[in-house]
Design a binder for this molecule. Structure first.
Ligand code: FES
Ligand code: FES
Length: 155
């Protein structure tokens, strides 16, 4: 498979990499950019574990080609903390026990981050809808919704 140059910003840093034309965005993030906070759950667009933000909008990186984000800004869970401090969502997931095994958490947090940028004060129904494509096998979802609500409203 031929490679071509991909120019993209990842977590605020400009990059220029020779990337196979058929490389998936999740593989680019994990194998070329690193580190590996972004998770592969189902490999088929069904679980949300691989969610990243592309220009602020949630995107499933397991069904997106790396070259589809050329010229854009990709944000992953590995860029969520600022100056070594957890983001408000990371803190709220920790405090409200929104994360148990943690496998779904990177995707949940990136999907929630996309929501909070669109809507600073979402209702519980809006949170549920925004996270509707993200599957969690551990928490029963209530604590995840609580965490996003806490991040949005404080407390
Ligand atoms: S790994 Fe991408 S949706 Fe499941
Ligand atoms: S915390 Fe285990 S899958 Fe969500």
């Amino acid at each position: 498979m031929s490679k071509s140059i991909l120019r993209v910003r990842v977590n605020g840093r400009p990059r220029e990499d020779a990337v196979a034309d058929n490389m998936l965005l999740i593989d680019y993030i994990r194998e070329v950019v690193g580190p590996t906070g972004t998770k592969m759950g189902c490999d088929g667009g069904e679980c949300g574990a691989c969610t990243v933000l592309v220009d602020g909008d949630p995107r499933l990186s397991c069904i997106s080609l790396a070259h589809s984000v050329a010229g854009r800004h990709v944000e992953t869970i590995d860029g969520a903390a600022e100056d070594g401090r957890l983001s408000r969502l990371q803190r709220a997931f920790h405090e409200k026990l929104g994360s148990q095994c943690g496998y779904c958490t990177p995707g949940m947090i990136m999907a929630a981050e996309g929501l909070l940028r669109r809507s600073a004060s979402p209702t519980r129904d809006e949170i549920r809808e925004a996270l509707g494509g993200n599957i969690c096998r551990c928490t029963g979802y209530v604590k995840i919704i609580d965490a996003v609500e806490t991040a949005a409203h404080g407390g």
